[in-house]
Design a protein around this ligand. Structure first.
Ligand SMILES: [Zn+2]
Length: 264
């Protein structure tokens, strides 16, 4: 190819030059404008279309304060048939072995979960607590010592056990409480509400803590799951390798079914 020099004009004018752009646009627009006029898509000058003014945009109302009710929540209230939110909950941690593995899987699948933590275990594993919080997961209070007979204790003991987890993560909103062993007596319900924490139950329980095998955990969740369901799983209180294995199957399966994970 023969070089023509820097100042010579190219054989074909660049349509992106100012002149080409202007001329091309003006020429192309005229038929389109005429067609739009003919179709009534735009009004000729001076003849404003008799359309009502659009409604003003809604003024964003402040989010209502969370209402805590003395009712054990097992399902999220749903917004409609298209709402397929579920809540994954992990009890009895934090655990330095299993909690990070579960966290990694949740993050890899873009899922969120609620960790129902035990105060004495938080005291032992503060770095794991920090990882859970920094990953944007939700903390639920699961008492200080996981005493399943807590309901029979004196009011001061119950109050101290219920308040313990939130006191360990200042600045983190701990808005739910789950009774140890799911033992919801009126004294526990009342203490939870008095501390501004919604009693958090579950609708789906694959009994992973009994270690029935990953396939059984997967099958039970698949059988029981439904929109709004709160799912009970465990990251602490024992070897949770089966729960971790089950999640490797469940997290992609839930996404395929159109479920999304939410905070309670
Ligand atoms: Zn528990």
């Amino acid at each position: 190819m023969r070089r023509t020099g820097l100042l010579s004009r190219p054989a074909h004018p660049d349509p992106r030059t100012r002149e080409g752009l202007f001329r091309g646009a003006a020429a192309d627009r005229v038929p389109a404008l005429l067609a739009a006029l003919a179709l009534g898509l735009i009004a000729p000058l001076g003849t404003r279309a008799a359309e009502p003014d659009p409604p003003p945009p809604p003024v964003a109302a402040p989010a209502p304060a969370r209402v805590v009710t003395p009712v054990v929540l097992s399902d999220l209230p749903l917004a409609g048939p298209a709402d397929r939110r579920i809540v994954l909950t992990f009890d009895d941690g934090p655990d330095p072995t299993w909690t990070p593995q579960i966290l990694d899987l949740l993050i890899a699948h873009g899922a969120t979960a609620t960790f129902c933590m035990v105060g004495t275990r938080m005291e032992q594993h503060p770095a794991v607590v920090a990882r859970v919080v920094n990953a944007g997961m939700t903390i639920c209070a699961h008492s200080r010592t996981h005493d399943e007979q807590l309901a029979d204790k004196d009011p001061q003991t119950i109050a101290a056990e219920v308040a313990d987890v939130a006191d360990r993560v200042p600045g983190v909103a701990v808005q739910t409480f789950r009774a140890p062993g799911g033992n919801w007596q009126p004294s526990i319900l009342q203490a939870s509400v008095a501390h501004g924490m919604q009693p958090l139950g579950w609708a789906v329980d694959p009994r992973d803590w009994k270690r029935p095998g990953p396939a059984a955990i997967v099958a039970e969740v698949q059988k029981q799951i439904h929109p709004g369901a709160i799912v009970l799983l465990h990251d602490g209180g024992g070897t949770r390798s089966q729960t971790v294995e089950a999640l490797r199957t469940l997290l992609p399966w839930l996404a395929e079914q159109g479920y999304t994970t939410a905070a309670p």
